[in-house]
Design a protein around this ligand. Structure first.
Ligand SMILES: Cc1cc2nc3c(=O)[nH]c(=O)nc-3n(C[C@H](O)[C@H](O)[C@H](O)COP(=O)(O)OP(=O)(O)OC[C@H]3O[C@@H](n4cnc5c(N)ncnc54)[C@H](O)[C@@H]3O)c2cc1C
Length: 392
């Protein structure tokens, strides 16, 4: 039987973020991942390191501000993993978000980001519209350009884990946590690894299992109660072609939702959709209706893709968001992460529900603040805000 201060279940961006923060704070850390690092949602995101312009519409100002702060930091810490990109918003007569609304939104976005050089936005002169990757210029009224950032979500996850390991954290993969006993001193985890069962004592357990957070909560004895949540599937399609100028932020003509058309190493990535998911989180799958939805957006804004059909799709990815349960459309639901604990004063279990790739350090900070009273004093080894992250 081995032991540690902090055991993390799940090697997605949130799990590795906690492993890095806990190791930096001087704690002994073990992270268990049952498949592979970033094998869950953290390789199926839109790969944007952004505040999320659209979240201003649902007044999630503090989340947007935090995210923009993290964007600036990650551009500095991970220059070969996080890249500043031009984003273009085309406006047509039927576009719901009018130019004045976009200007107000982008001014607020710039203000929340702290008015740095990457917060500048401007109208693209009409003479330059032809250079915009074949954007439909019929009835085009204006195009606004601003900046946000793109990453490789899986590579970023691996980089943060490497940083955690350099600070002493241990990674066990593939290792599935199948049962966790809670007791006065903390928890005992039972882990399946190399065909054998192993037991590990931990003062604190962090359930960072993403879409499996509820399933892992039910593996605790006694079980952990979590707030009501639901899973929402988001699909992307990867198509052949190139987007040379940047990312296009367009509105679905069907329901006005924001959809991104993005350059990607292997082609053009289009996404995302949002639909309630009630099946097994091991098997999210892009539906024909979702592909149809994304194709209709792409064809509307980029006529050169009208000749493509489903056979041309290079890859589809379907990822699952963990959102607070609610009756409204997922699009307007809070993206704030929740970090519920088993007991408020000296927690032994913290769960991570939701969050963003962009804010993994903020999430880790919230987790550390919750678990600090349950851990002994240790000497900090580093500050994650100053640790460079390197690509593979
Ligand atoms: C479609 C979509 C687009 C998104 N786009 C963006 C974006 O552009 N920018 C952004 O900032 N955020 C975005 N997000 C949000 C972001 O992707 C997620 O919040 C984030 O990836 C969640 O990471 P996680 O570590 O919590 O979960 P995951 O990455 O799913 O990791 C959980 C891990 O736990 C492991 N696990 C589960 N059970 C066990 C067990 N019993 N034992 C051991 N391991 C276990 C799994 O194998 C998995 O690897 C998007 C989300 C979706 C769905």
């Amino acid at each position: 039987m081995t032991s540690c201060d902090v055991a993390v279940i799940g090697g997605g961006i949130n799990g590795v973020g906690v492993a890095q923060a806990a190791a930096a704070a001087g704690y002994s850390v073990k992270l268990f991942e049952r498949r592979g690092l970033a094998s869950g949602t953290s390789s199926r995101s839109s790969k944007l390191i952004h505040g999320g312009l659209r979240y201003l519409e649902s007044a999630q100002f503090s989340m947007v501000r935090e995210s923009l702060h993290e964007r600036r930091l990650l551009l500095k810490l991970a220059p070969d993993l996080v890249h500043l990109r031009r984003f273009f918003i085309p406006v047509y007569p039927a576009t719901r978000r009018r130019p004045w609304q976009l200007r107000v939104g982008l001014s607020l976005y710039a203000l929340l980001a702290g008015l740095h050089k990457e917060t500048r936005f401007k109208r693209v002169p009409k003479k330059d519209w032809d250079s915009l990757d074949g954007l439909n210029t019929h009835d085009l009224q204006t195009v606004i350009r601003y900046f946000d950032a793109q990453t490789d979500d899986a590579a970023l996850t691996r980089a943060v884990m490497r940083s955690a390991q350099e600070l002493g954290a241990e990674l066990f993969v593939p290792s599935e946590v199948f049962r966790i006993e809670r007791h006065e001193r903390g928890c005992t985890l039972h882990v399946q690894r190399d065909g054998a069962a192993h037991s590990i004592d931990a003062r604190v357990v962090v359930n960072a299992a993403g879409p499996w957070v509820s399933e892992v909560a039910s593996r605790f004895d006694p079980v952990i109660e979590l707030p009501a949540m639901e899973l929402v599937q988001g699909t992307h399609v990867l198509l052949p072609g190139r987007m040379e100028q940047g990312v296009y932020y367009v509105e679905s003509p069907r329901d006005g939702r924001a959809v991104f058309v993005m350059p990607n190493r292997e082609g053009v990535l289009v996404g995302t959709t949002e639909r309630r998911f009630r099946a097994d989180p091991d098997h999210p799958q892009a539906s024909t209706a979702e592909k149809h939805y994304l194709f209709s957006v792409l064809r509307c804004y980029f006529p050169r893709f009208r000749a493509l059909n489903y056979d041309d799709i290079i890859a589809t990815t379907a990822g699952l968001r963990v959102l607070p349960a609610g009756s409204g459309h997922a699009f307007h639901r809070s993206r704030e992460v929740m970090v519920p604990v088993d007991q408020p004063r000296r927690p032994t279990v913290v769960s991570i529900c939701g969050g963003k790739v962009t804010t993994y350090r903020v999430t880790a900070g919230k987790v550390m603040a919750r678990i600090a009273p349950s851990l002994p004093g240790r000497t900090a080894r580093a500050n994650t805000a100053c640790l460079p992250l390197r690509g593979d």
